[in-house]
Ligand binder design. Structure first.
Ligand SMILES: Cc1cc2nc3c(=O)[nH]c(=O)nc-3n(C[C@H](O)[C@H](O)[C@H](O)COP(=O)(O)OP(=O)(O)OC[C@H]3O[C@@H](n4cnc5c(N)ncnc54)[C@H](O)[C@@H]3O)c2cc1C
Length: 145
């Protein structure tokens, strides 16, 4: 069981308002950044020091990443679209019922309101055992004597 700590180590946070700005930041801080969406998973990784990025790129201000578009033959779902919107969108329910059903099975209404589809599909394991193992492996591979 991981040790729960209350204070997240300091990092510099950026809140880009466009995809282009976010991509520029990702390029600039490659290797030392963390992308933040709804924060449900991210906060655990940061708080428990399993990841200690120097820069956090918060996507919540990028309005163009929110929403669902019917493209005729398919759907375009923005990465920052909350799972609740996916569950209730009429086209998703009508033509992509399995996706609506899967999204509705995620956790609770509160988590579906805050959690984004991009964060859901990008999340790492939620299992503490494997999170801890990854940290130990990372520590061993980067330790300098
Ligand atoms: C109590 C609890 C119960 C849960 N139960 C379930 C469940 O039953 N089923 C299930 O599927 N999930 C479950 N989850 C996981 C939950 O669905 C995810 O934590 C949530 O969807 C993550 O979305 P977020 O927007 O908060 O992303 P964040 O926590 O901010 O990000 C999650 C990860 O995705 C990366 N990321 C986010 N957005 C992007 C992007 N646009 N591009 C690239 N990387 C990105 C982040 O860097 C991070 O690594 C549960 C979570 C909790 C806390």
């Amino acid at each position: 069981m991981a040790v729960i700590r209350d204070i997240i180590p300091a990092f510099e946070i950026f809140q880009p308002a466009s995809i282009d700005d976010a991509v520029r930041l990702i390029d600039k801080y490659r290797g030392d950044y963390w992308v933040l969406a709804g924060g449900l998973d991210s906060m655990d990784w940061l708080k428990d020091r399993l990841r200690r990025p120097r820069y956090v790129i918060d996507l919540t201000q990028i309005k163009e990443l929110v929403g669902i578009k019917d493209t005729g033959g398919g759907l375009e779902i923005g990465a920052m679209t909350p799972l609740t919107q996916v569950v209730h969108h009429p086209v998703v329910r009508d033509k992509f019922g399995l996706l609506a059903e899967a999204a509705e099975l995620v956790a609770s209404p509160q988590i579906r309101n805050q959690g984004t589809i991009g964060g859901n599909v990008s999340q790492d394991t939620r299992c503490w055992y494997y999170r801890g193992t990854r940290r130990r492996r990372w520590w061993r591979s980067t330790r300098r004597w």
